[in-house]
Write a protein that binds this ligand. Structure first.
Ligand SMILES: Cc1cc2nc3c(=O)[nH]c(=O)nc-3n(C[C@H](O)[C@H](O)[C@H](O)COP(=O)(O)OP(=O)(O)OC[C@H]3O[C@@H](n4cnc5c(N)ncnc54)[C@H](O)[C@@H]3O)c2cc1C
Ligand SMILES: NC(=O)c1ccc[n+]([C@@H]2O[C@H](COP(=O)([O-])OP(=O)(O)OC[C@H]3O[C@@H](n4cnc5c(N)ncnc54)[C@H](O)[C@@H]3O)[C@@H](O)[C@H]2O)c1
Length: 457
């Protein structure tokens, strides 16, 4: 154990520089507070370097390939020769600066913030000890508060033989310079689904293994059915309701042994079986929090007790960049003593960027029923625009007590019509009032009108 260093005092210490942590540190520094931002990896976090941005660049490129395949019968002939190199180049050069965070760190320091590279540990109610490879140990003390924004990391299931093999998580998948000939994907949630379809469209032979009985099990069953059909059309093999019991890598190929006696193989294996935050490694017990918990509980102002605030994935309110940024705004205002609207979670929007794209908000039908609500549902198709585009998709509305409590918008750019559904759920606009609105013809969102009419019958 290195000698205990003399503490450096700050108004606020932010541990973890993901989208929310970066925002809080920058804004508090701009407001004149003495702020330290502690980051063990890259300042900006998962989203810009291994998450949202590079994955959506990949999805967009794959979508272009799929669009060319839709030309025959509608606009002539087309051929496309998929090439991964522009995708890898864009991720490396445009999105991540070759996984270099200098620009983000400089943005913070230009605002007067102090950047500390290293892994922070809570060593007291107002103290963070940072260990870094080069600089050893540094103790930071906070007079006003500590913001815990450590995000999440991939959860690797304890499958015999898996540890020690060169499997991919989202990080290796989005750093790859080449598309494997074949790819096995363990887990058909958001990460697995988005990346499986993208790699398939770039020519990989993809097999997905999902322990639930359908892909995207957190979404509506209609969503799973629609996306499964699109995946099969992309040539993706789907193995649902099965578990991997053993994994092997022979130097060239992975083999997953499944509990139905079959196997799934691939040159590469992407493990996308969820994410978790490690509170014990962070040492939150030193500040009186439960280290065995999965998430940090907060009140409406994101306060976790004492001088602690928490935000982002670690709060377990939805692992999305928009959630981290939403909570960051509350933290900044609360620390600065500004008026603040307490966090609400009844209208959390989420978009799975597959093709068809799935936007959803609030409760699924099953969640609403589990809450004992008097549920009514209705579905509608994409109307004239869907027919014109030869596109597949649907709207599903979940209502209770005359307002929408959840909705799904599936189709081309399904995350866009989601905007009006999010507003409806957020503001609890009566279904009767939504029925009085004018819906432009022929838009995709006009499809919502049909479902609303059905709800009102
Ligand atoms: C492949 C992929 C695609 C995604 N796509 C989307 C999308 O399209 N839209 C969307 O909204 N969300 C998406 N997400 C989720 C989104 O990236 C996360 O929800 C978001 O990044 C969480 O932000 P955060 O602020 O909680 O922290 P994170 O971004 O997780 O960052 C936390 C940071 O804290 C650092 N850290 C952790 N512990 C310590 C410590 N003890 N000391 C110092 N530093 C520490 C980590 O190194 C990390 O940089 C995606 C995620 C993945 C993996
Ligand atoms: N577009 C977006 O907003 C976006 C994109 C990617 C990730 N994210 C966020 O990151 C989170 C993590 O993504 P994820 O895809 O890793 O997790 P996830 O929870 O979305 O999906 C994990 C899937 O793996 C399955 N699974 C778990 N253990 C398994 C096992 N041993 N064998 C087979 N299947 C198994 C689960 O049933 C589930 O379907 C998401 O929940 C989301 O909040 C968001």
């Amino acid at each position: 154990m290195a000698e205990r260093a003399k503490p450096d005092a700050f108004d606020v210490i932010v541990v973890g520089g993901g989208p929310g942590g970066e925002d809080v540190a920058g804004r508090l520094a701009e407001a004149g507070l003495h702020v330290a931002a502690v980051e063990g990896r890259l300042f900006g976090g998962e989203c810009p370097y291994w998450g949202c941005i590079p994955s959506k660049m990949t999805v967009r490129a794959a979508e272009l390939i799929a669009e060319t395949r839709r030309v025959p019968g509608m606009a002539g002939d087309s051929t496309v020769s998929p090439d991964w190199s522009p995708v890898a180049r864009r991720i490396r050069d445009e999105a991540t600066d070759n996984w270099d965070d200098r620009a983000a760190v400089e943005r913070l320091t230009a605002k007067g913030g102090h950047f500390v590279r290293g892994w922070g540990h809570v060593t007291g109610p107002d103290e963070i000890t940072v260990r870094s490879a080069g600089d050893g140990v540094r103790v930071l003390r906070a007079t006003r508060g500590i913001v815990l924004a450590i995000g999440s990391q991939p959860t690797i299931p304890p499958i015999e033989g898996l540890a020690g093999t060169p499997y991919w998580t989202n990080r290796e998948a989005l750093e790859t310079e080449e598309v494997p000939g074949s790819l096995a994907v363990l887990g058909a949630g958001t990460i697995g689904a988005e990346l499986a379809q993208a790699f398939a469209r770039f020519g990989a032979s993809v097999t997905m293994v999902e322990s639930a009985d359908r892909i995207l099990p957190a979404e509506e069953p209609e969503t799973s059915e629609l996306v499964a059909g699109a995946f099969r059309a992309d040539g993706i093999g789907l193995r649902t309701g099965v578990r991997a019991t053993r994994a092997a890598h022979d130097g060239e190929r992975f083999t997953l042994h499944l509990n139905d006696g079959s196997t799934a193989e691939g040159e590469r294996l992407l493990v996308a079986t969820g994410r978790h935050s490690d509170l014990a490694a962070l040492g939150v017990g030193a500040a009186g929090l439960d280290e065995s918990a999965r998430t940090i509980a907060t009140d409406g102002r994101m306060r976790a007790g004492g001088k602690l605030w928490a935000l982002g994935d670690v709060t377990g309110r939805g692992a999305f960049t928009h959630m981290s940024m939403y909570q960051a705004d509350i933290v900044v205002k609360d620390i600065l003593g500004e008026p603040v609207h307490e966090a609400e979670y009844h209208a959390v929007p989420r978009v799975t960027f597959t093709d068809p794209e799935i936007g959803s908000v609030g409760l699924t039908e099953a969640q609403a029923r589990r809450q004992g609500l008097d549920v009514r549902t209705a579905t509608g198709d994409l109307g004239s625009r869907g027919w014109i585009h030869r596109a597949e998709g649907f709207f599903k509305l979940v209502a209770a007590d005359g307002v929408l409590v959840g909705a799904t918008s599936a189709g081309p750019g399904g995350g866009e019509p989601l905007g009006m559904l999010t507003l409806a759920v957020h503001a609890r606009i009566p279904v009767a009032r939504l029925n009085e609105m004018i819906y432009a013809f022929p838009t995709f969102h006009r499809g919502i009108m049909g479902a609303l009419a059905e709800l009102s019958l």
